[in-house]
Ligand binder design. Structure first.
Ligand code: ASP
Length: 311
């Protein structure tokens, strides 16, 4: 029997000013809740896919991270959500991109995997599919978040003043990877993408092999950071490939991929777990919200707290 383990992230941290010190206890409590919920599933012998889906759902729903109800806004002031999930036991995967009315993007991604022969559905097609599957549909206003809207208004005014649409800051995508006691791995990622992303922009999160990958032979991975770089380097698949073909460890392979991305000018982080339960949580951003839990130990890592924080 394997040693069930869950690893989660709440995104790479780009700018300390994006995080409110007064809300550290909340960030921590939702990360802890996601870990506890997912781990309880694993500990009862449940599948890695369920643990990943449930942990991500908690982070989508809580409104604290850049996913679901905490999603950042596009340049046009909309929230467009991307999510994906992958089953390491059979390499099946599902994803949705640019959706605005699906309450649980991660569950829609799982439905694409389980109920279609496709991998990625986008926009209105994905929404029609979710409706057909009787997944919960909401008005786009369900995701509205006044804190993120406030950031959007400020960032857009700055970008307009600079007459520059590119603004690569982001604000904490979420993801989870798990190993269950049958030895199966799963990975999932969910995001609102980057601040001020342009119409129709799709990042790495719903791209299998870029933002998400799982293969029982090696590892399960979920990425966060400037998605364009993770797509251009096939980041998640590349970690798997380095382990498979170059015999690298998860720690070496994941650091090498982040270093390559950094050389190209991009930053971010990732979480990974191997089929023997080894965990990695490297990043090149200033920090990354993340944590893991198994029967021996657990950790929730927050951005270094400001001195006035009560944490
Ligand atoms: N990787 C995500 C994207 O580019 C953003 C993030 O991780 O925060 O859409």
């Amino acid at each position: 029997m394997k040693h069930p383990t869950l690893v989660i992230h709440g995104g790479a941290i780009f700018a300390p000013s994006d995080y409110e010190a007064s809300r550290y206890a909340e960030y921590k409590s939702f990360l802890q809740k996601a870990l506890d919920t997912g781990y309880t599933i694993l500990n009862k012998g449940g599948p890695a896919l369920d643990a990943v889906e449930q942990a991500i759902w908690i982070l989508e729903e809580c409104g604290m991270f850049d996913a679901g109800r905490g999603a950042v806004y596009t340049y046009d002031g909309k929230q467009e959500l991307d999510a994906s999930i992958m089953d390491g036991s059979n390499l099946k995967a599902g994803a949705v991109a640019g959706v605005r009315t699906i309450k649980r993007p991660i569950s829609a991604a799982r439905s694409v995997m389980e109920h279609t022969w496709h991998v990625l559905l986008m926009g209105q097609g994905a929404e029609a599919f979710a409706k057909e599957q009787a997944l919960e549909i909401v008005d786009p206003s369900y995701f509205h978040n006044s804190r993120e809207w406030g950031r959007y208004v400020k960032l857009k005014a700055e970008a307009d003043q600079k007459k520059q649409k590119k603004e690569s800051r982001n604000h904490s995508t979420v993801g989870a990877v798990a190993l269950d006691n049958h030895g199966n791995l799963a990975a999932g990622t969910s995001t609102g993408g980057l601040d001020l992303k342009l119409y129709g922009r799709v990042g790495d999160a719903p791209i299998i092999g870029a933002g998400t990958y799982a293969n029982n032979q090696t590892c399960a991975l979920s990425m966060t950071g400037e998605g364009e770089y993770f797509i251009r380097t096939s980041a998640a698949y590349q970690v798997h490939a380095r382990m498979t073909f170059a015999g690298q460890s998860l720690a070496e392979a994941s650091q090498n991929v982040l270093d390559e991305i950094k050389q190209m000018g991009g930053i971010g982080g990732m979480i990974g777990i191997t089929s023997d339960g080894t965990v990695a949580m490297p990043y090149t951003s200033i920090d990354m919200f993340c944590g893991y839990k198994n029967s021996d130990s657990e950790e929730v890592r927050l951005f270094p707290k400001p001195s006035d924080s009560s944490q």
